[in-house]
Design a protein around this ligand. Sequence first.
Ligand code: ADP
Ligand code: ZN
Ligand code: ZN
Length: 734
Amino acid sequence: MPIVLKIAVPVPVPGVFDYLPPPSVDLDRLRPGVRVEVPFGRRRKIGLLLSVASSSALDPGRLREAVAVLDEAPLFAAVDLELLVWASRYYHYPVGEAIAAACAALRHGGSANRPVGRRLCLTRPADPEGEHAVRRAPRQAALWQLLQEAPEGVAEEALSKLAWDFRPAAKALIGKGLAHWREEAVEDPCPGPVAESPAPPLTPHQEAAVAAVTAALGGFRAFLLEGVTGSGKTEVYLRLAGEVLARGGQVMVLLPEISLTPQLEARFRARFNAPVAVFHSGLSAAERQRAWLGLQSGRVAVLLGTRSAVFTPMRSPGLIVLDEEHDASFKQQDGFRFSARDVAVKRASLLNIPVVLGSATPSLESLVNVQQGRYQWLNLPERAGGAAPPEFRLLDIRGQRLVEGLSARLTAAIAETLARREQALLFVNRRGFAPTLMCHACGWVAKCRLCDANLVIHAGDGCLRCHHCGYQQPLVGVCGACGDRELHPLGLGTERIEAALAELFPAARVVRIDRDSMRRKGQLQRSLEDIQAGRVDILIGTQMLAKGHHFPQVTLVGILDLDASLFSTDFRSSERAAQLIVQVAGRAGREQRPGTVLLQTRHPDHPLLQVLVREGYPGFARACARERQTAALPPFAHQALWRAESRSAEAASEFLAALAERALRLPAPAPQVFGPAPAPLARRAGRHRWQLLFQSERRAVLHAALDRLLGVAAELGATRRVRWSIDIDPVDLY
Ligand code: ADP
Ligand code: ZN
Ligand code: ZN
């Protein structure tokens, strides 16, 4: 009987590929979950062995032999493979590519069972020629000097902590034959007994939450921990982690943002004497591999990671926590478009462990899951330590004279806050100086040449930039249509507010927090420290500021302009606006000083704003859910978005039209089909973008239809002219 290996190969083709075992392989090593090198076309690929079978749908004589088995032991346990295969089916994404994306930490070959690191070493340490060869390049000279003083070489991890990027210099030294990399095994310390440092006594609500989850340990259950900002959700996670560690289990904690990991890492390390690892895309490949393998081998007790960490294998899984569960960053927006939140819940059910989703502003999806009995609701309605909730006020700015977007009342409130030596935080959801440059004479607007989008003014860099494709040009002084020289910036960006505040409050220390100002590595951490230490008076920022950080000295929050999102065509936009408002507001008055939130609006009577101010987020969410139910929109229906884009104006729309035509002929029960329609951003980077929306109240109906249509898409053979993708449970209709 032949032995047939079913291998997931990372290629953009659905399905699993059959191979014969490599010649003279030890059959013991053919265990599902090991990586296998295989020939694919004329190239070689690294795939993952999913199962071993005794037959193939293909003629065994035509099967090719695998080249080699790369790992001594499986990288994934059977249940983790099951999760990956489930995710690939659910998201309609080729299983080999899904797995490759899930274990990106192991991209490079070589056996992965022993964690490896690299050291950069001088090839001839005492060679006087070396110094000569680097004398004209200061960084190479610095690196050479550093290596000169370390006969054992310097670990890549240590080099990556230098204030400058060592890579070009290292490459140059290696190119000159002066240095080389040496691979080595890295031993992690084994976890000792876990000691816990003292924790504050829990509030009764925290106590109830901890008790409920603790009682569920050892079995599957999903919890939604809804706790207002500052209510002590993190303290609940710490207590639960303590329970799990005490039973010898491991804990995975997922966060939406890299920038939140240092704070949480510090809190875990302060509490537990246990190995804590961090996993996110900002780490070096070696660091990620070490964290991955640490969790897999059981050496790491707690993993803190961003969405890509959700697939990391665990030796003795005990609990998964996902904080800020409403955050859209948990959804991957390209390639393998999984939702880390939904995968986490599925994973917990496969592993038979509890999962806790936490947020001050839960997504409607999770709230409806509570309503329908799938999740258990835990509530922390009050701030811990007795801090008062912030007070909300709507500032009606109709007919008011605004100075660079700031009303007189907001400016006065900032002045008072500064006089009390407290901090003010201003939220503007746009980076750059202004979103538009307009000609006063003819109304011309500076547009991107490649996208259907306006260019954003970046005054600091003296340029106009497209936020969709990165195109940029110098800031023009003449109208592109009529040649007039009177061009005006239109609208507000963080840079503009920063400039206005410098004029209004020349003595104030202002820090701007957005993707532009925080581009440099370590900059955000430094700014956060300055804010904590009171070296900042006014904070201005985008949603980067809204995410989970603690600013205990902030007592005033000003929200400049969220009106646009009240009237957007995206049905999720009001939910998002409410979450942003509440999250930003939650930064204020977290300790003994009460906070005030001033929300500038031209629509003070808008029903959603009214209910948000009167009843807070829970009332808002109820109202919003009722609207969704009436309109039969998610979470009361399930959606899939089929996107297509092409260089020619027609190819994408024709491809989707053909698909839609087939979809409408599917036998009942079939999903509803909307479109094809141009994407909200109809052209990006020179490509025309269209989309087709499928919707059904039953997931199974949706997925069956997509499976049929995937076959059709292959038949249409349009893949060469059209790039397409499927987005299951899309959160962003762009
Ligand atoms: P959240 O994650 O809900 O925003 P945190 O867990 O960070 O809240 O707690 C907010 C603040 O309250 C922190 O400074 C924390 O140390 C404090 N805190 C949390 N729980 C308690 C408690 N039971 N007693 C006293 N202080 C607490
Ligand atoms: Zn003009
Ligand atoms: Zn563009």
